[in-house]
Design a protein around this ligand. Sequence first.
Ligand SMILES: Cc1cc2nc3c(=O)[nH]c(=O)nc-3n(C[C@H](O)[C@H](O)[C@H](O)COP(=O)(O)OP(=O)(O)OC[C@H]3O[C@@H](n4cnc5c(N)ncnc54)[C@H](O)[C@@H]3O)c2cc1C
Length: 437
Amino acid sequence: MNDKKVYIIGAGISGLVAAYELEAVGYRPVILEASSSIGGRLKTDVKDGYLLDRGFQIFLTGYREAKKYLNYDTLNLKYFDGDMVILRTDGTIHVTDPLKNPAGIISMAFSKVGNIKDKIKLLQMVTSVLSKSDEEIFSQPDLTTEEFFLAKGFSPEIIFNFLNPLYRGIFLEEKLTTSSNMFEFVFKMFNKGKAAVPELGMQEIPNQLYSRLKQTELRLNTKVINIEGKKITIENEDAIDADEIICACKPDYLGDELKNKFINYHDGKYNQVTNIYYAIQRSFIAQPIIGLVPGENFLINNLHFPTDISAAYSTTGKALLSVSIVNDVSTINDLEETIADELQQLSGVDSRYFEHIHTYKIKKALPKIVSPTYDFIPTQVQLDKHIYLAGDHLVNASLNGAMISGRRAAEAIILNDSVGKPEYLGPISTSGMEVQS
Ligand SMILES: Cc1cc2nc3c(=O)[nH]c(=O)nc-3n(C[C@H](O)[C@H](O)[C@H](O)COP(=O)(O)OP(=O)(O)OC[C@H]3O[C@@H](n4cnc5c(N)ncnc54)[C@H](O)[C@@H]3O)c2cc1C
C-alpha cells in the first residue's frame, strides 16, 4: 500500500484510467469531480424513455489502448454496419464498404458518389494505413485533411458526397483543418475494427472503468478552483494538501499559475457540435448505418437512428433519431423546426412526425490539436514537481488518446516515486520517441 495522497482532478476517461493504473501499484487515489457524475464528455442521459448520448460518439474497437481497460463482452457492444447512406434531395445513395463487399466496386463506377478510381484509391489507402503502426501514422509530415484528400487525387464528387460529410461529422468542423495524421488514424481504426456503441449507451464505458476501481475515493460535485504548489482549493470547501496532483481536465481552468505553464500544449480552441434527438414511429433508414448529408443546402451534416444499432435506446416503441450539425447555429431561433423541415425534405416523412426530444449544444466538444500525437513521454506533462497533466488535449481527441494520457500521468508519478528505490527501472520510453532527460 502506498500512502501518498494523490488527487486526480476530473472523472472523465483520462482521470478514471489514471486512478486504475495508480491502484494497480498500491495507491489509493482520490478523484475530485466538479459535476454530479463520472464520464466527462462521455455521458448518456435518460429522458422520456430514451437513452441520449451527449453528442454522437462511437467506440472504435480497433483502439489499442482501450483493449487494456475495457471488457468488450460485458459492454455488450452493438455494431454499425460498415456501409453508409448518402441522403440527397434527388435520392439516396448506398455506399458499400469495399472490404466487406469488394463487388460493390463495380456499382461505384456508375454511382453519383465518386468514380471507380476513387474506390480503388480508398482500397489502396486501407492497405496503406493497415501496414503502418499507430505511432508511424502520427509521426508522418502532415497536411490538413482537406489538403490530403486533394493531394491523394480523390474526385470532387467523392469528396463532396462522402469524405467531407463523414469526416466533418467525426472531427466536428465545417472545414476539414484537422491533421491528416488524425484522419489516417481514424480511417485505420474504421478498417481495423468496427464502430460500435455499448447496448445501454456510451456512458457504459466510464461506468465500466469506474466499476473496476476498488481503492479510489470519488468526490462528486467538487469543483477545484485553484492549485498552488501542493495546495488544492475547492469551491465552498477547505483547501486540501496533496502529495501529487493529476489534472485530468484542462488545467487552464485551474488558476493562472497553471495556465501560463500550459499554453505550450493546446491553444484552447475547440470544435463544437449541436446534436438534436427526435422520436418517430419508424426509422426511415432501418439499418445500423450512418446517413451523410452533403453540401451547404442543409444544416444537417449526418444522422443515424441509435435504435437501429441498439434497440435499448428506446423503451417507448418509437425509433430514436440523432442528428448532428457542425455549423454554428447559435443565431437560429427555431432550430428544431428548421431541422425537422430538412428531415422532411431528405426522408419524405412529414416534419410534424418528428417529435423533438432534446438538443445538446456542445461548445467544447473536441480540442483543436494542431499536431496530434499518439503518445508522449510521461515526464513531458509534468508541469512542476507535483503536478501532472492528463486529458485528450495532450495527444489526440479520442477515447484512445484520453486513455493513453491517463496512463502516462499515473506512470510519471509511479516513476518519480520509485527514483532512488531498488525497483527503479530508469526513464520510461515510448516507441518511436526519444526519451528526454
Ligand atoms: C460530441 C462528441 C463526440 C465525440 N466523438 C468521439 C468518438 O466518436 N470517438 C472517440 O474516440 N472520441 C470521441 N469524442 C472524444 C471523447 O469523448 C474525449 O476524447 C474523451 O471523453 C475525453 O476524456 P478526458 O478525460 O480527456 O476529458 P473530459 O471528458 O473532458 O473529462 C474532464 C473531467 O474533468 C472535470 N472537471 C473540469 N474542470 C474541473 C474542475 N475545476 N474541478 C473538478 N473537475 C473538473 C469535468 O467535469 C470532466 O468530468 C467525442 C467528444 C464529444 C464531446
